[in-house]
Write a protein that binds this ligand. Sequence first.
Ligand code: PXG
Length: 289
Amino acid sequence: MKVYINGKFYDKKEAKISVFDHGLLYGDGVFEGIRSYSRLVFKLKEHIDRLYESAHSIMLEIPMNKEQMSKAVIATLKENKLTNGYIRLVVTRGEGDLGLDPRKCKGHGAVIIIVDKIALYPEKFYKEGLKILTVPTVRNLPEAVNPQIKSLNYLNNILAKIEAVNAGYDEAIMLDSLGYVAECTGDNIFIVKNNHLYTPPQCMGTLRGITRDAVLEISRRDKIQTHEHVITRHEVYISDECFLTGTAAEIVPVVNVDHRVIGTGKPGKVTLNLMRKFKELTKKEGTRY
Ligand code: PXG
């Protein structure tokens, strides 16, 4: 496996950056997770745009333009001869001193592209659906670290993940600071009620997921009414269907939330239809390499 760091490829063992990089010392940097299917990178432009928006918001200058970044992603996939891949794009603040002042970071940070085979979730999750749990750690306040920023500081989500795992669950629902449903640790959440689709708005504590947007788009094309609206736990409990979306997980059904059975307790019709349509979309849409 070859890793891209600042324009060069390194063997996995040799792919290293400084222990003084503020990406490590403070989680000061941004990232993206992208997928390719049969030599098509899914929503590459959207991921690159979001990366640059995250960087702009934290005043991190990326030492290359969007076109060069897209080319670097493609080059890394080709270098590794990957047909179906998971791409992790990381940009750090760079090497500084032990203080947190980013002005001390000299030069440009590291641009890192790691590609790997897709680590698929167990088939069981998709066939039978997930059981998930609401956890105590709330999603970051937008006026503190805005969840729209895909920063290297993911402790907020990791704490929620730890709480879910400690309770014997694979995934957690995180609430926003007002107690509304925000999202899961690395996925957006949707519910279906009377054939209408609901997902929390991006303004609260929710990342505007690229898979989320693709699902909204497919649903609108299918003439399903979609609503970006605040959701309470109660509304999740009484929903007909529930599912999660994310680049890694794609679309995964949820059949039990906080010990309440959702709908029939099996993946629902709308969810299964969206899973099929999403798969079709990934087969035909994307940047070819
Ligand atoms: N919410 C959060 C907090 C995320 O980190 C999503 C939603 C889904 O967004 P996309 O654009 O992927 O549909 C994410 C996704 C992983 C992984 O490897 C994924 C994410 C972050 C960390 C790890 O599963 N981001």
